[in-house]
Design a protein around this ligand. Structure first.
Ligand SMILES: [Zn+2]
Ligand SMILES: [Zn+2]
Ligand SMILES: [Zn+2]
Length: 164
């Protein structure tokens, strides 16, 4: 079989076409730089443009709805209580039991339901997307600190029992 090869314009190595990302705009339907070089370039670009990365992730999600759905599904399978809380809250909103309010921090009207505790699905904080993300960043930080403290306590307890 005749495997088509192509020289990467960045690293100059000859590689089979499968080592190049597809690009309809190119004459042979593939990019001129190999996957390895392309990945390196993207990684470098993301490092240099951290704030633009978010836009790209969003664009990617818009262009790949089924992949995004698969990721979300995997996520909800890993965090069933989170998914459950979301469903209960959504149902309560639809049936009028739960009424959307403005963002608790900035008053924006486009809000999402945030659960401080997933075991209380109707205990909801209304936050705009930006403040919702911020809250989760904060929460993750708090959880990390709590975990560190617990580890430290365990260590000092161990130390004590050694001394006793
Ligand atoms: Zn290359
Ligand atoms: Zn807000
Ligand atoms: Zn939340």
């Amino acid at each position: 079989m005749n495997v088509k090869v192509k020289a990467c314009k960045v690293c100059s190595k000859e590689k089979p076409l499968s080592e190049f990302y597809k690009d309809k705009k190119m004459a042979d339907g593939h990019r001129n730089e190999c996957k390895v070089c392309r990945k390196a370039k993207i990684a470098k670009w993301q490092q240099e443009n951290p704030e633009r990365r978010k836009v790209t992730v969003k664009e990617w999600a818009n262009n790949n709805p089924e992949k995004k759905r698969a990721i979300r599904k995997a996520h909800s399978e890993r965090f069933p209580e989170k998914q459950k809380a979301r469903e209960v809250a959504l149902y309560a909103i639809r049936s009028g039991k739960l009424i959307r309010g403005p963002c608790e921090i900035c008053g924006a009207t486009k809000v999402q339901a945030h659960h401080e505790d997933y075991s209380k699905p109707l205990d909801v904080n209304w936050l705009c997307i930006r403040h919702h993300i911020e809250r989760h960043v904060e929460k993750r930080k708090e959880e990390r600190i709590a975990k560190d403290n617990k580890n430290r306590n365990n260590l000092s307890r161990q130390g004590q029992s050694l001394r006793n």
